[in-house]
Design a protein around this ligand. Sequence first.
Ligand code: AVJ
Length: 344
Amino acid sequence: MSTPISSAARADQQTHSGRATALPTDTAHDTERAKLTSGLLAQPARVAPKYLYDTLGSKLFEALCLLPEYYPTRTEAAIVCEHLDEIADAAGPYGTLIDLGAGNCAKAERLFDALKPDHYVAVDISADFLHTALNRLRASHPNIHMTALGQDFSHGLQLPDTVPANGRLFFYPGSSLGNFAPPDACRFLGDLRQNGGDDSALLLGVDLVKDAKVLNAAYDDELGVTSAFNLNLLRHVNRTLHANFDVRDWRHVSFFNETESRVEMHLQARRSVDVCWENTRRHFDEGERIHTENSYKYTRASLNKLLQQAGWHPSVYWTDEDDKFAVVHAQASLPAPRGQGARA
Ligand code: AVJ
């Protein structure tokens, strides 16, 4: 089924040229392509959501964050802005801020003045992006020691020894946790708990369960930006596999699946199509779908349960007035009893 691809067949150098960090090995590329192939050949077909984020995809994501329908980004920013002092109070004693999926580092930067971390560790898949962002930040925050890590941390985070072992605060905003199925989310959070040790904490942004109309609009906006964002994944797949998906053969489909508590994004074939890549071919009937993303929505109860299963103690929730989105602080250990200078 998924055929191994010879390194001579690689022609994807342009996507990685100019990287400041080491190029991924041929083997890593082959593994990625094999995974992509097996997902495309599966019934139903699936492609990992990370393929949404090539250069154009990241721009389209930034654009969709400005849409009136897509509330998560701006709601989270408003919550953080409104409750910054309390957040700093809860999350203040942690010296090392570890930003998971840092991107342009703008979200973490908003915390710097209040949190005053000694060390800032920005982790993201795209190292290029990080280096540019950190160079800018270093100039404006000379007192904070900064480390950039180009890493896909979804299967476990590898922190170098230069990152202090004590006082780690993991910052995971933007409801990115929602891309994990609950068992994987639990494993991921549990891994962070192990990574952080007993004096670590977590600052998490999660999207909450709400009226399906609001959720459906957020993932199927009137301008079609989300549709372009989803369809662009096919171009990324084309470049990665030398496949011949024609974007015009596909339509964006998304909906809130209440049973699973998740918004699903799919690409649905407008007509019967055959797609070829390497020495593989897949036929799609008209109406057949490729599943491209799940975005899980939580309630306080379901998130508390998840955090506790992963070894974290949820301590504070901050939300907006409509309860659309939550920023949650959780601790590795229960705080010491009051009267000993500890916070409750
Ligand atoms: C970046 C994964 C949090 O699930 O809301 C936006 C991505 N997908 N519109 C989300 C996304 C469609 C987003 N996350």
